[in-house]
Design a protein around this ligand. Structure first.
Ligand code: ADP
Ligand code: MG
Length: 413
């Protein structure tokens, strides 16, 4: 599902109002009866005004007509939710324009957006339920199976949980993108100019990077947390060259390569938090071991690096929870308004989705992004194929960023 903002600038203030009404109605109705939309929207022009907006919205796919239901009505689509979220960010002046999709994650779309000053940010749009949607899309019955707009509820929950953890981790000084905003099923965050570890073919010192990543797992554990999907897609690697030594010919003291270019440092940045679990979770040990093994396996395959040390082991990590003054972030986040039921629902949905893509996180190392992309239903996958990629290295982005579409909605409503 691709977000196309083109239709956005043609929506009138009334259309936005009707779209909002559809969203409100969807809280209690899987299929929102047209009269309910009318009564929530309360447009001055009355029913005919509302109908005009309804057809405009349906035409661009922001709401969808349901004829099979007991009564005629509409449901809000993912596209409609996307628009409402963007509209909110635009009115808060947090997003001004929308650029390319830079990644299709397992359960999300990742877009580059920009604020008014042109500073790039990342908008992560959660799409729980999307794969189910895809696999059964030939079957028009899918809507009946997906109860009560559960995808909407779950995707929003995923975004809220991710934002809460990102904030908590950032405030403890973890290397994560800066969280900038959250709305509906989306999270707005800092754009990290880095490559996923998945795309890195060599690093100067695999042992050091491995040690950093294991230390990160242990540091999370001290704060009561397990990432739960600590794999090569969710670790971004920032590569930076130190200032080169002033080129005095005599400087050859330690014979380190790259004297001319300066030393390359690699810093891992961790992303993707909706599935994080507490060290007290009933399956904590399984999640912990899975994260550790994921890193071990990747380093072995990619860098032919095998640590001489066994572990780390869950039982040792467990003893360190809350030690050395480490604040328990699991408790902090859980205390911040997520109900137990909500967190259970989300966990189940993520598990279901992982099972559906036939891949236990990290257990399969040769899934690549392109295969995840394959069954995307993009009819027109963008005009910009004249790849002006950075020479010699894989592009950070799926496609080069080519200009941004201004949302031009801020003046309305
Ligand atoms: P999912 O939950 O769907 O796996 P992720 O949060 O892992 O989504 O993001 C998917 C991909 O998008 C990442 O592998 C990374 O390439 C890119 N990405 C995500 N967040 C950022 C960011 N803040 N800056 C740069 N790239 C990002
Ligand atoms: Mg991910």
């Amino acid at each position: 599902m691709k977000l196309d903002t083109k239709a956005m600038r043609h929506l009138t203030a009334e259309d936005w109002r009707v779209l909002t009404a559809a969203e409100i109605g969807s809280k209690n109705h899987e299929v929102i009866p047209t009269p309910l939309i009318e009564s929530i929207a309360k447009l001055r022009g009355g029913a005919s005004r509302v109908h005009k907006s309804i057809s405009a919205l349906a035409k661009v796919g922001l709401i969808a007509r349901l004829k099979e239901a007991k009564y005629d009505g509409y449901r809000l689509t993912y596209g409609g939710m996307d628009y409402l979220a963007l509209h909110t960010y635009a009115s808060r002046r947090e997003v001004y324009s929308v650029g390319n999709r830079i990644g299709v994650g397992k359960e999300s779309d990742i877009l580059v957006v920009a604020d008014e000053s042109g500073t790039q940010r990342v908008l992560k749009i959660h799409r729980l339920g999307r794969i189910s949607f895809r696999t059964v899309k030939a079957n028009r019955d899918y809507l009946r199976k997906r109860q009560g707009g559960s995808w909407m509820y779950l995707s929003r929950l995923a975004a809220e949980k991710e934002f809460a953890f990102m904030k908590a981790l950032k405030s403890e000084g973890f290397p994560v993108p800066e969280p900038l905003g959250q709305n509906r099923h989306t999270v707005l965050m800092q754009f990290v100019d880095a490559f996923p570890l998945r795309q890195i073919s060599e690093v100067p010192d695999p042992a050091a990077l491995y040690a950093d990543l294991i230390a990160m797992i242990l540091r999370l554990a001290r704060h009561g947390l397990i990432h739960g999907d600590f794999n090569e897609f969710n670790i971004l690697i920032k590569e930076e060259r130190e200032e080169p030594e002033p080129s005095t010919e005599s400087k050859q003291s330690d014979g380190i390569e790259g004297k001319k270019e300066g030393k390359l440092t690699v810093t891992p940045i961790i992303i993707d938090f909706p599935q994080m679990v507490s060290m007290d979770h009933q399956n904590a040990e399984m999640y912990f071991d899975r994260d550790v093994n994921c890193i071990k396996r990747f380093f072995e395959r990619r860098f032919h690096f095998v640590s001489t040390q066994p572990g780390p082991f869950f039982k040792d990590a467990k003893k360190t929870v809350g030690k050395d003054g480490a604040q328990r972030l699991d408790a902090a986040v859980e205390a911040s308004g997520f109900s137990k039921k909500a967190l259970k629902d989300l966990e189940a949905a993520i598990r279901e989705q992982q099972a559906e893509r036939g891949e236990q996180a990290g257990s399969e190392d040769d899934h690549d992004t392109s295969s995840m992309d394959e069954d995307e239903d993009d009819e027109d996958d963008d005009e910009n194929s004249d790849g002006n990629e950075d020479e010699g290295r894989k592009s950070r982005v799926d496609r080069p960023i080519i200009g941004m579409d201004a949302l031009s909605i801020s003046e309305k409503t």
